[in-house]
Ligand binder design. Structure first.
Ligand code: ZN
Length: 125
């Protein structure tokens, strides 16, 4: 994900782990809006429930969908994450349009038709 988008996420939501900030959010820009929505839901829940030690450990792309690891077991946050992961299989990882999960030579990736035909040549980090 582009550095400026990551920076905005890390500055807005203080509960990303040091490790995550160092390694970066390892997925395409198309999923920024999914992550943003997830972040706001988690933030609201954290404020209500007064959980203080929550961290997102890392975020990456895994077989076409989002993979998000956190440091606690919590049913509400887990459900928010499951919803975000399910959505990522419907949204193009590169551009954010409606997408479909493809298997390209064993590499799982969720793309729209345009990006499938004209894959953007750029690093996803
Ligand atoms: Zn696309």
């Amino acid at each position: 994900m582009d550095i400026n988008l990551q920076k905005h996420i890390f500055e807005t939501f203080p509960w990303y782990s040091k490790d995550c900030k160092e390694k970066g959010i390892l997925c395409g820009n198309g999923w920024y809006s999914i992550l943003n929505e997830l972040n706001f839901k988690i933030d609201e829940y954290l404020k209500k429930s007064k959980i203080k030690d929550f961290k997102i450990e890392n975020i990456s792309q895994f077989f076409g969908g989002l993979k998000i690891n956190i440091n606690i077991e919590n049913n509400v946050i887990n459900r928010y994450i499951e919803e975000a992961v399910a959505e990522s299989y419907l949204i193009c990882e590169y551009c954010g349009n409606n997408g479909y999960p493809y298997n390209i030579q064993g590499w799982g990736i969720t793309l729209c038709e345009d990006c499938l035909m004209n894959p953007p040549i750029k690093k996803i980090k």
